[in-house]
Design a protein around this ligand. Structure first.
Ligand SMILES: CC(C)[C@H](C(=O)O)[C@@H](O)C(=O)O
Ligand code: SF4
Length: 477
C-alpha cells in the first residue's frame, strides 16, 4: 500500500472534485457542488445558454437571489431605477425559464447571496461553491473551496456543472493567541490585508488557522473568509470543526439522520494533514491586535484606530507612497491627524462581511440606551430577511430605531452604489463592508472600513471610535 502524501485542506477538496486532470499546462476540470446566482453577473450567461439551445444542467444545485440592485425601503413598489429594474426582472425571467429556484425581493429567504447560502445550510464542508461574485470566498469559512467566477464561467457551470481551473497555490495564515475585548474578526482580516497587501494573496487559497481562528464563531469566520479576495486571494478557508457542525445541524439543507452521521464522518477528515506543506506562511498574534480602520482607498490601507493618518513622505516604497498620496487627496485627510478625530456623515452597518445577526447584536449592544450623534445618519441593513426577522424577534430593531438609526430591508445596500443607498459626493462613511475604493459607495463618497463595534461607537461619537471611547451612560445595563 502506498502512503498518501500529506495534503492541505484545499488540496483535499480540489482532489475530491477533479473530474479530469489536465495534462501539462491544461487546466483540471472540477465538479461544482453549489452554484449561487444573482442579478448582476447572470444575464449574459443565461443568454449564452439560450443561444446555444442548452439547459441548466443541475437546476437543483443552482440557487438565485436578488441582492445588489434591490432598494432597502419601499420594496413593495416597482424598482424606480430602470437599469436595476431591468436586471432584477431579467433574473426573474431567466430563473423561470430555466427552472432555477429564486428568492426575490420580499421573500422570506431573500438576502445577500453570501448570507443566504450558509443560512440555508446549502454551503457545506468540502464542497466546491462558485458564484459570479468575488466575495464567494465567504463560504470557505465552512471548509468549502469557494471562489468568484466571471460571467462566461457562470455560463459554463450552468451548462455543465463543471469548471476548468488551474490549481491554486496554498498559503497558511496562522492567527494564534486570544483577542482582546472589543477586537473582532473584522480587525483580524483588516490587519492581515494591511500586512500582506492587496496583492499578497494573488494566486493563493488562504487557509486561516490557529487558536484565534478556532475560537471564532462561524459568522466571524465568514467575515474573515469574505475579505480574502481583498488580499488578492482566490479563496479563503477554515477547516471545519465542532463550531461548524453545530452551526449547520438542523438547517434546511443540511443532511439529516443517517446522512448527517455519514457527512460528519467525512467532514472530520477535512483538515490539513500534519506535515503538509503550504507554498507560503504568514503569522499573526491575535493578542496584539486592536480595532483596525482604513484611512485610504484600498482595504490594505488600514491602521489601528489609535494611530494617526500616515505621512506619505515617510513611505519608502515609491508605488505605495504615490498610492498613499492619491488616497489622502481623495479622502481629504491630512498626515498626522489622529484617526479618532475623523468625523463621518454616515455609518453603514450591513453587507456580506458584517450583516449577520451577531454583527447586529454587537452593534446594538453598543447603541442600547445611546443616541446616534446629531448630523450623523446610520443605516442598519440586515444581510437577509431571516437576519432581519431574527433581529426583530430579539428587539434589536427597537434598539436601532431608539438610537436614531434607520432599520431597513435586506440587500447589498450601501456596500456598493448599485441601488438607492449611496453616499453623495464628498460624504464620508464608517462602513462595515469590505471595499473602500473611490466611488464604491456612491460617486465622490469616502469610505472607512470598520467593524460593527467601531461602526456603532462611531455613530454615537460622530468620529471614528471604539466602544472604549464612549462614556458609560446612566441607565445602560
Ligand atoms: C457586482 C459583483 C460582480 C461584485 C463582485 O464581484 O464582488 C460585487 O458583489 C462587489 O462586491 O463588488
Ligand atoms: S454586500 Fe457588497 S461585497 Fe457583498 S455581494 Fe453585495 S456588493 Fe458584493
Amino acid at each position: 500500500m502506498t502512503a498518501t502524501r500529506p495534503r492541505t485542506l484545499a488540496e483535499k477538496v480540489w482532489d475530491a472534485h477533479t473530474v479530469r486532470r489536465g495534462e501539462g499546462a491544461e487546466p483540471d476540470l472540477l465538479y461544482i457542488d453549489l452554484h449561487l446566482v444573482h442579478e448582476v453577473t447572470s444575464p449574459q450567461a443565461f443568454d449564452g445558454l439560450r443561444l446555444a439551445g442548452r439547459k441548466v444542467r443541475r437546476p437543483d444545485l443552482t440557487i438565485a437571489t436578488e441582492d445588489h440592485n434591490v432598494p432597502t425601503e419601499g420594496i413593495e413598489l416597482p424598482i424606480a431605477d430602470p437599469v436595476s429594474r431591468t436586471q432584477v426582472e431579467t433574473l426573474r425571467r431567466n430563473c423561470k425559464e430555466f427552472g432555477v429556484r429564486l428568492h426575490p425581493m420580499g421573500d422570506a429567504e431573500q438576502g445577500i447571496v453570501h448570507v443566504i447560502g450558509p443560512q440555508l445550510g446549502l454551503t457545506q464542508p468540502g464542497m466546491t461553491v462558485v458564484c459570479g461574485d468575488s466575495h464567494t470566498s465567504t463560504h470557505g469559512a465552512f471548509g468549502a473551496m469557494a471562489f468568484g467566477i466571471g460571467t462566461s464561467e457562470v455560463e459554463h457551470v450552468l451548462a455543465t456543472q463543471t469548471l476548468p481551473l488551474r490549481p491554486f497555490k496554498t498559503m497558511a495564515i496562522t492567527v494564534d493567541g486570544e483577542l482582546r475585548p472589543g477586537v473582532t474578526a473584522k480587525d483580524i482580516i483588516l490587519a492581515v490585508i494591511a500586512k500582506i497587501g492587496t496583492g499578497g494573496g494573488q494566486g493563493y487559497v488562504l487557509e486561516y488557522r490557529g487558536s484565534a481562528i478556532e475560537a471564532l464563531s462561524m459568522e466571524a469566520r465568514m467575515t474573515i473568509c469574505n475579505m480574502s479576495i481583498e488580499a488578492g486571494a482566490r479563496a479563503g478557508m477554515v477547516a471545519p470543526d465542532e463550531t461548524t457542525f453545530a452551526y449547520l445541524k438542523g438547517r434546511p439543507h443540511a443532511p439529516k439522520g443517517a446522512d448527517w452521521d455519514a457527512a460528519l464522518a467525512e467532514w472530520r477528515e477535512l483538515r490539513t494533514d500534519p506535515g503538509a506543506e503550504f507554498d507560503a506562511e504568514v503569522h499573526l498574534d491575535a493578542s496584539e491586535l486592536t480595532p483596525f480602520v482604513t484611512w485610504g482607498t484600498n482595504p490594505g490601507q488600514g491602521l489601528p484606530l489609535a494611530e494617526t493618518v500616515p505621512d506619505p513622505a515617510r513611505i519608502a516604497d515609491e508605488n505605495q507612497r504615490v498610492a498613499a498620496e492619491k488616497a489622502l487627496s481623495y479622502m481629504d485627510l491630512r498626515p498626522g491627524m489622529p484617526l479618532r478625530e475623523i468625523a463621518v456623515d454616515t455609518v453603514f452597518l450591513g453587507s456580506c462581511t458584517n450583516g449577520r445577526i451577531e454583527d447586529l447584536r454587537a452593534a446594538a449592544d453598543v447603541l442600547r440606551g445611546r443616541k446616534v450623534a446629531s448630523g450623523v445618519r446610520m443605516l442598519v441593513v440586515p444581510g437577509s430577511m431571516r437576519v432581519r426577522q431574527a433581529a426583530e424577534a430579539e428587539g434589536l430593531d427597537k434598539v436601532f430605531l431608539a438610537a436614531g438609526a434607520e432599520w431597513r430591508q435586506a440587500g447589498c445596500s450601501m456596500c456598493l452604489g448599485m441601488n438607492p443607498d449611496q453616499l453623495s459626493p464628498g460624504e464620508r462613511s464608517a462602513s462595515t463592508s469590505n471595499r473602500n475604493f473611490e466611488g464604491r459607495q456612491g460617486k465622490g463618497g469616502r469610505t472607512h472600513l470598520v467593524s460593527p463595534l467601531v461602526a456603532a461607537a462611531t455613530a454615537v461619537r460622530g468620529t471614528l471610535s471604539s466602544p472604549e471611547d464612549l462614556p458609560v451612560e446612566a441607565g445602560r445595563s
